[in-house]
Design a binder for this molecule. Structure first.
Ligand SMILES: NC(=O)c1ccc[n+]([C@@H]2O[C@H](COP(=O)([O-])OP(=O)(O)OC[C@H]3O[C@@H](n4cnc5c(N)ncnc54)[C@H](O)[C@@H]3O)[C@@H](O)[C@H]2O)c1
Length: 365
């Protein structure tokens, strides 16, 4: 989330330029126009919220999966089983963002009818930033939660090998004055995409992100990507990494186990396996009006009390989850677009050539 410093290595792209490029690429790779547009919305939400790891950085992966037939760009999810408050969905191997919006729409509808909607699925794919789905609930005045399992890339506490994914989790709640709490996180210290971004930039990673193939902590992103693995939130056992490992298992229980797809080591390996992903995801929406009065007013006050605390460093005010992303969105609006590292823009130009589609035009060219 750090602000770009050296703009000489950056290029500015307008939001609509990015959106139309994603749509061109996804449709050329076999995605239905409405599905391409849904994916563009989620990738843009990632980049405009400062989560570059999950925006354009992931486009090559989605395109490759569509071209290889590992993901069905035209499939529509189906409901296997439902009750007034629950739904069990088969994503039918559709694009993950299509499955995610289908499931969260269903959870929202149920929450509006009976107070809560809990929808779990199998047969999904990578759904982008988890926070997109809690924001869908927040926009409807509801609390939202979403989880996804992922390919095994993280090392359980005390283990030497990877066995679980970065298993993302989001929980969001609306508040008065258009405010909201949006916790959106990998259960590993960092998302895999952040390691990839360090590798693209040829820069080392901070502490507690990952281990090499001997299970030893390393700051080299290449060693993590080539035979090593990520550490769970907290890092090693000494620094409480077992709590992140517990959260990673919790997400897996709500994903693969509840949804009925593969779990843990049974999920295909990241980009080294020609099986379909068959990811398990859960989407929850809760109507606060079913509980104590004035939820949104109390939420607003609670968050303001946190933000008003005296900071340890006067230059760094106390934040609540969702504040860094809100700040980033504001900056994107003020600057008229998203700044990307040149290495990513070069990769997108290469993708445009491969797909024979028009490349993006830089605003600051
Ligand atoms: N689809 C997938 O397979 C998958 C897997 C893993 C992660 N992801 C996504 O990757 C993205 C990045 O994940 P991450 O864990 O690296 O995020 P992160 O560490 O940047 O942020 C995690 C959370 O902490 C909050 N936060 C950050 N600084 C804060 C501060 N000073 N005070 C209070 N709160 C603060 C943020 O608002 C956010 O809610 C997320 O959007 C996540 O959903 C997706």
């Amino acid at each position: 989330m750090a602000a770009p410093i050296d703009r000489s290595q950056m290029g500015l792209l307008e939001v609509e330029e990015i959106r139309s490029f994603v749509c061109r690429c996804v449709e050329t790779a076999g995605g239905a126009p409405s599905h391409a547009s849904c994916l563009a919305d989620v990738l843009l939400a990632a980049d405009t919220r400062g989560h570059y790891s999950h925006g354009l950085n992931r486009l090559e992966m989605y395109v490759w999966e569509l071209q290889a037939g590992q993901c069905d760009g035209k499939a529509t999810p189906t409901i296997i089983k439902e009750s007034p408050g629950t739904g069990h969905v088969d994503g039918q191997n559709a694009i993950g963002t299509v499955v995610g919006t289908f499931c969260m729409d269903l959870a929202i509808k149920k929450a509006k009818n009976v107070g809560i909607g809990w929808v779990s699925c199998k047969g999904s794919n990578h759904f982008g930033i988890a926070g997109y789905y809690s924001l869908m609930a927040i926009k409807e005045g509801l609390l939202g939660m979403a989880t996804t399992n992922t390919s095994p890339i993280a090392v359980p506490t005390r283990a030497k090998e990877v066995a679980l994914g970065t298993n993302a989790f989001t929980f969001g709640a609306p508040a008065d004055d258009n405010d909201s709490f949006v916790l959106d996180m990998a259960t590993t210290t960092a998302a895999l995409g952040k390691v990839e971004m360090q590798r693209r930039k040829e820069e080392p990673m901070p502490n507690c992100w990952g281990v090499d193939s001997d299970g030893k902590e390393t700051k080299d992103p290449n060693k993590v990507m080539d035979g090593g693995g990520l550490l769970y939130l907290g890092g090693t056992e000494e620094t409480g990494g077992y709590k992140g490992y517990g959260l990673g298992m919790m997400v897996e229980i709500m994903g693969g186990i509840l949804g009925g797809g593969p779990y843990g080591t049974h999920i295909r390996k990241w980009q080294k396996d020609d099986r379909v992903a068959d990811l398990g995801q859960t989407f929850v929406a809760i109507n606060p009006e079913m509980f104590a009065p004035d939820f949104t007013g109390r939420m607003r006050q609670f968050m303001q009390e946190m933000r008003a605390m005296e900071p340890a460093d006067p230059d760094k005010p106390v934040l609540v989850a969702g504040d860094p992303e809100r700040c980033y969105e504001k900056r994107v609006t003020e600057e008229g677009g998203v700044w990307y590292h040149r290495s990513l823009i070069t990769a997108m130009d290469k993708l445009a050539v491969e797909l024979k589609v028009e490349p993006m035009k830089l605003k600051n060219a």
